[in-house]
Design a protein around this ligand. Structure first.
Ligand SMILES: [Fe+2]
Length: 347
């Protein structure tokens, strides 16, 4: 292919299908200077060309012996949906030509045609073809861009989760270095909290948040003197007052980490009592966040289950009785009811 042919190809490739040789030739004469033109004398030959090569535009005579224009149009659209089709029609077939637009022809031209009308209509068809091609390319670019963004978001999300869990583990290790009981206790409280939350029918994202919050509910103990934390036997009044500061110390610690903010209600309020006699705020009943009311019960169960320096293990029946006796005073009665149900195992 020489340079002239190449530039013709760039402007558009046109297939003319018309049984009338004089019509074919006059079309070729008008179009040949601007476009690459291929001539076919009937529908079969035209369709055969379309199977072999690609064309931007087909100029199709609507009334030909053999296959009629509408059937040919449908076949062209099946073979090459992106190729634009313009119909040539005599006055007698005008209605048919108008119908053909419904089957995908972009326009029609009456015979005998005016040279400028033909060139204008052909240009319109080619512009439509190239625009639709451009918009398909743009759509493909957008699709690729969207899938790249989705990948980036998924990666950022998994990095964030890793950072989140890494931070929680670091905090737990910090407390473990000071008081290994608190670390192990926190992990068990977290398991119990999740089990209670599931029994209450809470959603999975709420449960996931509770899992992390309960893991670090006692993080403020980092700021409590080790001699008080590890003391064998009961605490003095002064020591107990110091111990009671751990919820607020915990809030100070996690406030520095934006993605741990959701854990603050649990950290601050897990020692509130349902009757309002707890600490640090003395909140009452439903004023205490549900998350903290759940962790308070889980915290108490684990404290009773495990041997403490100042208290031996309590059998499960005694633990249940203790929960029952304190439902509505120390604990949220609804949370206790869930724990006492037959389906729930606290061990
Ligand atoms: Fe605590």
């Amino acid at each position: 292919m020489n340079l002239i042919q190449e530039s013709l190809r760039d402007n558009g490739r046109i297939l003319v299908i018309d049984d009338d040789i004089s019509a074919r030739e006059s079309l070729r004469m008008v179009l040949k200077d601007r476009y690459e033109v291929v001539l076919a004398s009937d529908a079969q030959q035209g369709l055969a060309y379309l199977q072999e090569e690609s064309f931007d535009l087909v100029i199709l005579d609507i009334k030909m012996p053999g296959m009629d224009g509408i059937t040919t149009l449908k076949e062209i659209k099946k073979l090459s949906p992106e190729t634009e089709v313009m119909l040539l029609t005599a006055y007698a077939s005008l209605e048919t030509a108008r119908d053909a637009v419904r089957y995908g022809a972009f326009d029609y031209l009456m015979k005998p045609f005016d040279k400028d009308d033909l060139l204008n209509t052909v240009r319109k068809g080619l512009e439509k073809k190239f625009q639709s091609h451009t918009s398909k390319v743009e759509q493909e670019h957008l699709r690729i861009r969207a899938s790249l963004l989705e990948e980036q978001i998924a990666r950022a999300k998994s990095d964030l989760i890793a950072a989140f869990e890494g931070t929680i583990n670091a905090l737990l290790l910090a407390i473990d270095a000071k008081d290994s009981y608190t670390n192990a206790h926190s992990r068990r409280v977290s398991e119990l909290t999740c089990a209670i939350a599931r029994s209450l029918g809470l959603g999975s994202s709420v449960i996931e948040g509770l899992k992390h919050a309960s893991l670090i509910h006692d993080i403020g103990k980092i700021g409590i003197d080790e001699r008080i934390l590890r003391k064998q036997g009961s605490l003095s009044i002064e020591e107990y007052e110091i111990m009671k500061k751990h919820p607020e110390i915990g809030v100070t610690i996690v406030s520095a980490v934006p993605f741990l903010e959701e854990a603050i209600p649990v950290i601050l309020h897990h020692h509130e009592r349902y009757d309002g006699r707890g600490y640090p705020r003395g909140l009452k009943g439903k004023d205490i966040p549900l998350s903290a009311r759940i962790v308070a019960v889980a915290d108490a169960i684990d404290a009773m289950l495990r041997s403490r320096p100042y208290r031996g293990n309590l059998p499960e029946e005694l633990i249940k009785k203790e929960l029952m006796d304190n439902a509505g005073t120390q604990f949220d009665p609804l949370v206790v009811e869930v724990v006492l149900s037959e389906k729930f195992s606290i061990i």
